[in-house]
Design a protein around this ligand. Structure first.
Ligand SMILES: Nc1ncnc2c1ncn2[C@@H]1O[C@H](COP(=O)(O)OP(=O)(O)O)[C@@H](O)[C@H]1O
Ligand SMILES: [Mg+2]
Length: 342
């Protein structure tokens, strides 16, 4: 049972809307898809959806599709019977069954192998399935909440996510924007985390440093609320304001340098574009945007590939797209490694 109330903190309009939507949707048995970068609070919202549902006294079971090897994921989800395969020495109950009439939280759904996506879709349609190697039907009663930090529309275009499953999962879609796009939430979050820490460690002396707060407001928080929480814990325990400020400043400078170097390349690009339009051949704004976006994407992908010694997994991770989406883009943009590198 998960009876502790998940608290979603924030005063931006976005967060207020998300809180309202979460309460509204919670009590209905609709599938919900939560999207947003890592650390924005997707799991928190999933837990809140469970909290506000009639399923509160039933289990909340989480499965991280990215953390489990693809070939084990199916048995983790659906379980197996004794003797289903070599090594299956006893029955194993899957997460769907463990969740009973509660909520199953499919985290990082974008990483689910396409073959398993087909099976999941089937289960969501039929609301029943067999354990691997089993003959007795098991009812799938749990409410499904899924989350991803990937852009599933792009994954669908790249052929790595099933469109029909996407529609099935996303009856309701909750998008949580990155923290840098809702800076009004930073201060309330800081205050909330500090108050929680003070409750937990009542004997710890602690006072704030205004400069760090200012820095917190300008920093871009690539790791979102999770990163903010980590910094606050560290400052609370160590009181090392000065080194935190230095660290944030360095990260900020690196990021600005990267963005401005991309910016200046676009400026060069701009100069090379022939502005000799005549009225009959002006491309649509969308065509221009798509073509420029593609050029910039190609440039950045090539750069990161070089930087990582053509490590495609690492490049995909750094650019926050899936491995398959990267391969697709490389093919589409005609990017291939130099001779001698595979
Ligand atoms: N709006 C919020 N209010 C309070 N805590 C939050 C909020 N958003 C995120 N957190 C906290 O930040 C951490 C990361 O959130 P999590 O839900 O795990 O993110 P995600 O699943 O998107 O990676 C957790 O400790 C979570 O409780
Ligand atoms: Mg998470």
């Amino acid at each position: 049972m998960n009876l502790e109330k998940p608290v979603i903190v924030g005063k931006s309009k976005t967060i207020k809307d998300i809180i309202r939507l979460t309460k509204q949707v919670g009590e209905y048995d609709l599938n919900v898809l939560i999207t947003g970068e890592s650390g924005v609070g997707k799991e928190l919202v999933a837990r809140a959806l469970h909290f506000y549902s009639k399923r509160i006294s039933e289990p909340f079971v989480k499965i991280n599709c990215a953390a489990i090897p693809a070939d084990l994921l199916e048995s983790e989800l659906f379980g197996y019977e004794k003797g289903a395969f070599t090594g299956a020495n006893s029955v194993r109950i899957g997460k769907f069954e463990l969740a009973k009439g509660g909520t199953i939280f499919l985290d990082e759904i974008g990483e689910m192998p396409i073959s398993l996506q087909a099976k999941l879709l089937q289960v969501l349609q039929d609301r029943r399935y067999f354990r691997i190697g089993g003959h007795k039907e098991v009812k799938a009663m749990a409410r499904v909440v899924a989350a991803t930090n990937k852009n599933l529309e792009a994954e669908i275009a790249a052929g790595s996510f099933r469109e029909d499953l996407f529609y099935r999962l996303s009856t309701i879609c909750i998008h949580i924007p990155p923290l840098r796009d809702r800076k009004e939430d930073i201060l309330p979050l800081v205050e909330y985390f500090i108050s929680q820490l003070k409750i937990k460690y009542p004997n710890k002396e602690f006072s704030w440093d205004e400069d760090v707060l200012e820095m917190f407001k300008t920093y871009h928080w690539p790791g979102n609320v999770r990163e903010l929480y980590n910094y606050i814990q560290r400052i609370f325990v160590l009181g090392d304001f000065i080194s935190v400020k230095q660290e944030l400043q360095e990260k900020l400078t690196q990021k600005n340098e990267l963005v401005s170097s991309i910016g200046s390349r676009i400026h060069d690009l701009d100069k090379s574009i022939d502005i000799n339009f005549n009225k009959s051949n002006i491309p649509s704004l969308k065509e221009i945007k798509d073509s420029v976006t593609k050029k910039v994407e190609k440039m950045v992908i090539e750069k990161i590939l070089k930087e990582t010694n053509w490590n495609r997994k690492e490049t995909a991770r750094l650019l926050k797209i899936s491995y398959r989406a990267l391969l697709y883009k490389m093919k589409d943009m005609d990017i291939s490694p130099p001779p001698g590198i595979r």
